[in-house]
Design a binder for this molecule. Sequence first.
Ligand code: F6P
Length: 358
Amino acid sequence: MKRIGMLTSGGDCQALNAAMRGVVKTIYNSGEEVEIFGFLSGYKGLINSDFRMLSSGDFSGILTKGGTILGSSRTPFKQITEPDEQGRDKIECMMHTYHKLNLDCLVILGGNGTHKTANLLRTKGLNVVTLPKTIDNDLWGTDMTFGFQSAVNIATDVIDCIHTTADSHGRVFIVEVMGHKTGWLTLNAGMASGADIILLPEIPYDIDAIIKAIKGRTKRGSKFTILAVAEGAISKEDAALSKKEYKKKLEKKVYPSVSYEVAAAIEEKTGMEVRVTVPGHMQRGGSPCPYDRVFASRLGAEAGKLILQGEYGFMVGYKNREIVKVPLEEVAGKLKTVPADATILEEARLLGISFGDQ
Ligand code: F6P
């Protein structure tokens, strides 16, 4: 008999349900008896011992369902180590819940912050297996996270739609893509949709280089230009500021986001009409794409296998086209950014895409 606690933490994404289903199906199909405690709203549920007993029926029909049947919330790592409103130690509370329910392990689905907490729980002696979710694909230790491909599809669709109207009106269009501090989503959606200029947090931009790229297109006869701009994109000047100075600048909130700042500069320097589209949380919503359904199911199945074997302290990830188990201490606290020497960047440049840097 296995007693398993399960939770989804942080920003949601597509295929969370598919991944949980994969874990549970694998355990049920092994013939092992299992009790599943579904903690509600992420770590909050574990802290407050707020859970629902789940049966196989709860995992039926959810392969294609977006969101998470458990609900999710953000509990930033910094706050995890601080006492809650009632003065309780959150880590103690989580450990108490785990031991009170006599759990064999916790299955935790989440991104970067979630993994830091999961690793901390591991160091406190709890058995933990994690699964890598996020549309940002910025989790260390795995080449891919589930949710990412679905979000790429959505952001690509948005830019595809923008293409036709940009063409009709001869305008410059900026589509702001999520991805937090990394550019994986923008890079892939931008390339998939034929964006002309792609701005990534990893490659600080120079507004004059962007103007040069736009003017170059006009000279070659193109009426419009499409920019895919990562929400975390940053100018060379801003990248040179100290963290404190940059924070101060953002606090002034002259522009709602980087895209509007870039748009204003383009309008001023070219006289062209610029429009900004921000698809926002749409990118995290809706059904998982087929790739994510399969991918999350595979990760879930492997996590189920680890649990059956009593192997804990791992994230189930994907490396060099294989599903692998990665020690949690290797994952926690590291961000996977787009490497400066990634060949995809060189290939994009060969295709004529500008990163607004030269
Ligand atoms: O991490 C996923 C993500 O969607 C990021 O791309 C984005 O920066 C952030 O979450 C938005 O967070 P929230 O849903 O809390 O506004």
